[in-house]
Design a protein around this ligand. Structure first.
Ligand SMILES: [Fe+2]
Ligand SMILES: [Fe+2]
Length: 216
């Protein structure tokens, strides 16, 4: 199954409107945002665990990245409340579950074999840095080569300069409304802008976004 698999295309998805699809395990459902092939292929999804559900033990051949949006995610290594960001590198394994249910943003199979770091960041208690313009604050999550992942908070009325995305840009709007000259993107919107695309973003009411650049 291929979904939004052409990385040359700009894609805007209201993830709240995507139909939930069953996973191989009961109680675990997914809203696919992009999918490049088989069950184990490169994919980005919103994933929902019902309370008390679990997924089979599995290995991540080319890594897994998780942002816990709601509830508490768990595996045999720990408990990860909302706001947790996890990087499980290529070759890592776990058996996930969720005692009370959770909602996750998950990216699979997008790392290179040389990317071996395991990371756990609690974005609700980590130290944020000032951004490039007034009103922006940034929490860097990961940098590998020219790929950079971060959370960015926009104070109401913040405007950023026009810029070009070398290697593309992927955004998930976590709170508020993100905007650019092409449209308004409320909470839950997923935007994938291809290599060499441009825009001039702003946020009138303020927002919190997940951003990954340089990987497309
Ligand atoms: Fe996993
Ligand atoms: Fe951008």
């Amino acid at each position: 199954m291929q979904i939004n698999a052409d990385l040359q295309q700009r894609v805007v998805v209201d993830s709240n409107a995507v139909t939930w699809l069953p996973s191989p395990l009961p109680g675990v459902e997914r809203r696919p945002l992009e999918r490049m092939g088989a069950e184990s292929g490169r994919a980005t999804s919103i994933v929902r665990y019902a309370a008390g559900s679990s997924f089979k033990a599995h290995t991540h051949p080319l890594g897994e990245e998780i942002l816990v949006l709601q509830g508490t995610f768990a595996d045999e290594h720990g408990l990860y409340p909302a706001g947790s960001w996890l990087k499980n590198p290529p070759g890592s394994q776990h058996a996930p579950s969720s005692p009370d249910g959770c909602l996750l943003f998950v990216k699979l199979c997008h790392m290179t074999p040389a990317d071996t770091n395991t990371e756990r960041i609690d974005t609700r208690t980590a130290d944020w840095l000032p951004g490039q313009v007034e009103g922006l604050s940034v929490l860097p999550l990961d940098s590998v080569g020219s790929t950079h992942t971060s959370l960015v908070r926009w104070a109401p009325g913040t405007h950023f300069s026009p810029h070009r995305h070398m290697g593309g840009e992927e955004i998930l709007v976590l709170e508020g409304v993100f905007q650019d000259e092409n449209g308004d993107y409320p909470t839950g919107t997923w935007i994938r802008s291809p290599h060499n695309s441009m825009h001039q973003p702003f946020s009138a009411e303020g927002c919190l976004i997940y951003v990954k650049v340089g990987h497309l």
